[in-house]
Design a protein around this ligand. Sequence first.
Ligand code: TXA
Ligand code: MG
Length: 324
Amino acid sequence: MRYPAPIDPNLAASLIKQGEVVALPTETVFGLAGDIFDEKAIRQIFEVKGRPLIDPLIVHCLDLDQVSLCTAAPLESFKALAEAFWPGPLTVVLPKRECISDLITAQLPGVALRIPAQNEFREVLRLVGNPLAAPSANPFGYISPTRWNHVRDSFGGRIPVVNGAPTKHGIESSVLSLMNPQNPRLLRPGPITREQLEDVLKCPVEQPNQQEANSRGSQEAPGMLHKHYSPTTKLVPFEEQTTVASDKESALVLLRRPRSPEGFPTGSKQTFWLSESGDLEEVARNLFHLLRKLDDGRWKQIFVELPPPEGIGVALRDRILRAR
Ligand code: TXA
Ligand code: MG
């Protein structure tokens, strides 16, 4: 194990300047970061993750100057969004400039951009001086990391990781395409909801459903097509409490602490909950951590309760349904 303990932002920046990839915390999930102008580092990101080259990377910028370095779109076309949500958990796909390599965008005409809020990530951006490309720091297809030790455990300590508190939102950013400014499309639901985006844009935001995304082929948001975020153990989402089997080999994940007597085996070793009160922000913070903890071979299947499709519940349903 080369990196049994977390490293600090100074060392992270100097490693990145030497062309290495480093895992960094963001306010959503940890990212596996490399300098966007270092072709070798970008290739290494794909290699470390085992990610196919058709799945493009998000470019993380310190500020709007760096954003303008990456996109040819006029600031006016996304200024309202930037003022409302950056720094924060929103990624916007905009027409790319020539300096952004096709490797980063997987040959697509757009580049996905985001200004993260996390202090440690911003410190590294400042020290490096260039934007950083970073997908979630998990092996391709596995659950995104929300704590530094998730990254260490997934890669056996081979990858240097900067620590940060457990990530604030706990799920990946919302991805909005402005490739057609008249027709904004929410490619991936996340902590910033479609309603919030519509309020700022003052126009409807389309949310392609899975079927539509598939019929458009891999052109728009390749990463959306795969089964994603999955534990190794079989995951079974449920809506109706009555459909859940209560055998000893199944773990039961609820949104809130059950109020007994309610049919659930409260306090039993097989019942878990993501929030005391069912608060969906808290559910989001805990979801990936709990799924990783339960994915240790103890359970034959993990039943997970689906939240209502409101607020961040839309994104949570997306992640849970994709994890099947
Ligand atoms: O919260 C997050 O977004 C985290 C942190 C590290 O920033 N990153 C993340 O990256 O989740 P990743 O690579 O796991 O997912 C990014 C997704 C891609 O799978 C793809 O669907 C979409 O964003 N995407 C990236 N670049 C794109 C592009 N040029 N055009 C369309 N979609 C793009
Ligand atoms: Mg990912």
